[in-house]
Design a protein around this ligand. Structure first.
Ligand SMILES: C[S@@+](CC[C@H](N)C(=O)[O-])C[C@H]1O[C@@H](n2cnc3c(N)ncnc32)[C@H](O)[C@@H]1O
Length: 227
């Protein structure tokens, strides 16, 4: 797991301060502390969701509320997705289209934004026009569970863990080497399929630190349990 590099304090005279923790131990303890804080914060965000969104996997239609990804997180997501102009990028649950529009603006890739809410689709289409990327980005009103990802190089998403877990068969149809990047949430529980990398990204006002996870296809999916 990547974590921000924190320069350990260097004692001016090591012999004068024999009880100080070694920089290695201090760095390790800091990383573990950050990871624990991040897990607690993400769990709290799930707890804060309306129950209809947080728990009901079998609800048809809108499955995650519209909560936007802050610009600094958007920038990190498209950066770690390693997008090239030849890539096809899908933004699952695109909301106002910010992820896929940013990807197209920065890297000149083609993209598709999918959302089930007509209001979001209208906003995203308006934003595509506003940013002049009509030739690169298409916005579709569609259920993410109906999407075909077999020709998709990059998925960007900010969806709930049960949703991303249900999308695993779709992800496995993506070409080998494709990237999946998620804001805050894992594919299912974060331990279900370990990401290649996790980045801790503070908001600009430093009020919160969010997570950005990246996986590479094919995913290392654990065998089903018999429970
Ligand atoms: C947390 S918001 C993320 C919005 C945007 N991607 C962002 O990061 O700012 C989740 C989005 O998923 C959409 N959504 C929820 N369930 C969906 C479904 N089954 N199919 C397609 N979109 C869905 C919602 O309408 C909402 O816009």
């Amino acid at each position: 797991m990547d974590s921000p590099s924190i320069d350990p304090p260097v004692p001016s005279d090591a012999r004068a301060q024999p009880r100080r923790l070694s920089p290695l131990l201090l760095g390790g303890a800091t990383a573990i502390g950050l990871a624990i804080v991040a897990i607690v914060v993400v769990d709290r965000r799930i707890d804060a969701l309306p129950k209809s969104h947080a728990a009901d996997e079998f609800r048809i239609g809108l499955n995650a509320p519209f909560i936007t990804t802050a610009d600094v997180i958007v920038d990190k997501m498209v950066e770690v997705a390693k997008i090239s102009s030849d890539d096809v990028v899908y933004d699952l649950g695109c909301g106002d289209g910010r992820l896929v529009i940013t990807a197209a603006l920065k890297y000149g890739c083609h993209g598709v934004g999918i959302d089930i809410e007509p209001e979001r689709v209208a906003e995203a289409k308006a934003n595509v026009k506003l940013h002049g990327v009509e030739d690169l980005v298409e916005i579709r009103e569609q259920d993410v569970f109906m999407v075909d990802l077999s020709e998709t190089d990059v998925v960007l998403m900010y969806l709930l863990p049960w949703m991303t877990k249900r999308l695993v068969p779709r992800f496995q149809e993506m070409p080998p080497g494709s990237r999946i990047v998620s804001h805050d949430f894992g594919i299912g529980d974060i331990k279900y399929i370990e990401p290649d990398s996790t980045y801790h990204v503070p908001l600009e006002d430093k009020s919160e630190t969010h997570l950005v996870h990246r996986w590479t296809v094919p995913l290392d999916v654990p065998p089903p349990t018999t429970e």
